[in-house]
Design a binder for this molecule. Structure first.
Ligand code: C2E
Ligand code: CA
Ligand code: CA
Length: 288
């Protein structure tokens, strides 16, 4: 079974084995704050290997239920109106983590914003302490939103995005290509970055001509709207090479690093130039 399918079925098994009540009790538990951890995954400029920033990704280690993946607990939390609290925990932890890593304090930090938070003015309140911290400013924060999130209440979403954009926040359209209104969204919203969903990227080298044409089209659309493109889920050198040859601006994926705790970032950063040199060397020998 391909690894993606395996991961998905594993998530389903975890979900099925958890009854709704225990998940809800666990999410409402006072120890949730300690059990949630933030991991960070670097985003790399593909031409130069420069580290553009890091995406913050939540992890939940429940003492009895085990590791619960975010794509299980986040939708569940949204459904039960617990997402506000979780976003608050995420922001607090990201703030605290800033002091953990010593290099490149100027890199960007990408935060995932759920649909429910996007249509609520509380998001502005939540963001205030984050950007009043001297380590972080609104210019450093990229808020990642999915197309689906912007669709649930488009007028509210547009108003909030405009307001926050005026204050210097940047927005990324996440999982691009999986929604249904990509072009309309791009015309209506102030989007600085487009993240191509990993389903288009993974095994790009094995995909058909149509998939490559599709990615080329996404790149052209993004350029036309003045947005940069980040390709998610780069796992192989072949994929990296393809994306470079298509002039994709940036990428993220296991080939560079898996999401890691803040305490591991400095070590990863130290070895990154050597890792990049090795990737670049291998690329120069590859045949497109
Ligand atoms: P996403 O925002 O699309 O995040 C990217 C996901 O792809 C992450 O999964 C990341 O670990 C995974 N990934 C990165 N590179 C590779 C790769 O090369 N190969 C593969 N197979 N996967 C890769 P993760 O951390 O399990 O997160 C899943 C989703 O949960 C996220 O998808 C996001 O929608 C949601 N999520 C995670 N953290 C948060 C959060 O703090 N708030 C909200 N609202 N949603 C979150
Ligand atoms: Ca994301
Ligand atoms: Ca994504």
């Amino acid at each position: 079974m391909p690894s993606r399918a395996k991961k998905k079925s594993l998530s389903i098994i975890i979900y099925m084995s958890l009854d709704t009540r225990s998940l809800l009790v666990a999410l409402r538990s006072s120890s949730l704050r300690d059990e949630l951890k933030v991991h960070y995954q670097p985003i790399i400029r593909l031409r130069t290997g420069t580290i553009i920033g890091y995406e913050a990704l939540l992890r939940w280690h429940h003492p009895k239920l085990g590791m619960i993946p975010p794509d299980i607990f986040i939708p569940f939390a949204e459904q039960h109106e617990l997402i506000f609290e979780i976003t608050q925990i995420l922001f607090d932890k990201v703030l605290r983590d800033q002091s953990c890593w010593n290099h490149e304090k100027n890199t960007l930090i990408s935060l995932n914003i759920s649909a429910a938070s996007l249509t609520s003015n509380d998001l502005i309140e939540l963001l205030k302490p984050l950007v009043s911290d001297p380590e972080i400013s609104n210019k450093k924060v990229i808020l990642e939103i999915t197309e689906t999130a912007t669709l649930s209440n488009p007028e509210n979403a547009k108003a909030l995005i405009n307001k926050l954009s005026n204050e210097g926040f940047r927005f990324a359209l996440d999982d691009f290509g999986t929604g249904y209104s990509s072009l309309t969204n791009l015309r209506n919203l102030r989007i600085d970055e487009i993240k191509i969903d990993k389903s288009f990227i993974q095994d790009l080298d094995h995909q058909t001509h149509t998939d490559k044409v599709l990615i080329d089209a996404i790149l052209s659309i993004a350029h036309a709207f003045g947005a940069i493109v980040v390709a998610e889920g780069i796992e192989t050198e072949e994929t990296l090479l393809q994306l470079k040859s298509m002039n994709c601006y940036a990428g993220q994926g296991y080939i560079f690093a898996k999401p890691m705790p803040a305490s591991a970032i400095d070590d990863w950063y130290e070895q990154w130039p050597a890792q990049w040199r090795q990737l670049a060397h291998q690329k120069s020998h590859a045949v497109i």
